[in-house]
Design a protein around this ligand. Structure first.
Ligand SMILES: *Cc1c(COP(=O)(O)O)cnc(C)c1O
Length: 451
């Protein structure tokens, strides 16, 4: 009997969505989201608002002095967890030539690979969730009121107090680093559950920061759900839920308010005549989803957000296309979920995120490992920048937009003509890299050269 997925055979699925033929062969594809809507039509139906993002930004602001106290490398930016945007003119020339496209406008890199504390986009969401928990516990226990200097939370006495509380997180890597490093610094008893094939240096780093690493040979997702259950009955245990957390999501979304200021400071206009294209590597969806949600609040229809996933792990793609979100996984369609892009190796997308952004995402494209390594090699050569393989997934974005039939059809439908493209800006989100040890970076580069 034919295998069934949610009641339908694979043939029935393919008849309904022909692009699945290529997805199941792990070919690179671009898919345009038919549910994409004008933002004005949906902005009042969302669970979160612009105000929620603003409040999250205020919480980050309140905690800046403490962050600067705990992490000396943030002193120069007074405890702000933010990254620059840099223009990539050499890479833009390379992309034009290599993809044989006329890439006009300007190409920028959002340097989240340099975010302090975690060296990846997870620094925003993960740190934010830990800060919110810290503030809640501190207020409930009289460690903090409106007159207290937030830096007193760094005292040995308070650190010992927080050690009574536990944080549990399941992660294949970067989320664990972010929560583990930030949580342990406050004093929390942090337990990071990882699959045993997670990168060794990440485990070592976490242990050296004082977190406990629990390795799972198999059934990692069961371990995560056990963590979720344990935390549900223990008020002194907090579970960071990559699939369901609104705190992670709004923490990520703060990036949009910051990007708005950065573009403004650089005199870059974003409006109907000056479109902004943003390409976001996507795993479970929280990072790219939060950023997209924030950017839509700020720029509305002038911003166009595309998600990028590995050909072996197109989880959000399947969730959005079928509308089944967390009820569907890449394994259902025979894909391995094995990729060098370990930050994106997620088999099942977040349901809350998928539903929140299903009318905001312009489209999703996939990238294979070979392609990621090529980009790793050329970004290093052209601009001297190292990104981890996951973080390179944004670079094929401009090609997918202007070099494919589907992308061209999108531009036409949106009224984006040559003039607007020439006025426009492309932001490739560089989601991680700086925590990767120099030896591993060098290794990645050597691997990339040989490919
Ligand atoms: C986690 C991660 C992403 C994607 O974030 P999700 O919330 O999992 O979608 C992208 N790039 C890197 C390097 C990451 O670690």
């Amino acid at each position: 009997m034919d295998k069934k997925v949610q009641g339908y055979t694979l043939k029935e699925w393919k008849d309904r969505y022909p692009v699945l033929n290529r997805i199941m062969n792990a070919e690179e594809v671009i898919w345009l989201n038919p549910k994409h809507e004008a933002f004005a039509n949906i902005m009042n139906q969302l669970d979160l608002t612009h105000e929620d993002i603003r409040r999250a930004e205020e919480r980050f602001d309140r905690f800046q002095p403490l962050i600067a106290e705990l992490f000396p490398d943030t002193v120069s930016q007074v405890g702000e967890i933010e990254s620059a945007i840099v223009q990539l003119s050499h890479m833009q020339t390379y992309l034009s030539r290599d993809y044989n496209i006329n890439l006009t406008g300007n190409v920028w890199l959002k340097c989240d690979h340099k975010l302090p504390i975690a060296g990846s986009i997870k620094a925003r969401g993960g740190v934010y969730e830990v800060l919110k928990l810290t503030e809640t516990i501190a207020l409930e226990n009289g460690l903090l009121d409106e007159h207290t200097d937030i830096r007193t939370l760094a005292s040995e006495k308070n650190k010992a107090f927080f050690h009574r509380y536990g944080i549990v997180v399941g992660s294949t890597g970067n989320l664990g680093l972010s929560i583990g490093i930030m949580g342990a610094k406050i004093g929390f008893n942090v337990e990071v559950h990882m699959s045993s094939d997670a990168k060794e240096w990440k485990k070592e780093k976490l242990r050296s920061e004082g977190a406990t690493v629990v390795e799972h040979e198999e059934d990692f997702s069961r371990a995560v759900s056990e963590g979720r259950k344990a935390a549900a009955i223990n008020p002194e245990l907090h579970f960071v839920d990559d699939e369901w957390s609104y705190d992670l999501f709004v923490g990520y979304a703060v990036a949009a308010l910051r990007l708005q200021k950065q573009l403004d400071d650089a005199n870059i206009r974003v409006d109907e005549e000056h479109p902004l294209f943003v390409y976001l590597p996507c795993g479970v969806g929280g990072g790219p989803g939060g950023v997209t949600f924030g950017l839509k609040q700020v720029f509305g229809d002038a911003v166009h957000c595309f998600f990028a996933e590995p050909t072996e792990s197109p989880a959000m793609f399947l969730g959005l296309m079928t509308g089944l979100h967390e009820k569907i996984a890449v394994g259902d369609f025979g894909l391995s979920n094995k990729t060098a892009a370990d930050g994106l190796a997620v088999g099942r997308p977040s349901g809350v995120v998928g539903k929140m952004v299903e009318a905001m995402v312009s489209g999703v494209y996939t990238v294979n490992d070979q392609h990621l390594y090529q980009l790793l090699h050329h970004l290093w050569n052209e601009e001297g920048i190292y990104l981890e393989p996951s973080a390179l997934a944004g670079f094929p974005g401009p090609y997918n937009l202007i070099g494919t039939e589907a992308g061209k059809a999108y531009c036409k439908k949106q009224g984006i003509d040559q003039q607007k493209l020439a006025n426009g800006n492309h932001v490739v989100w560089g989601t991680g890299g700086n925590m990767v040890p120099p030896m591993v970076q060098q290794n990645d580069y050597e691997t990339a050269k040989k490919r």
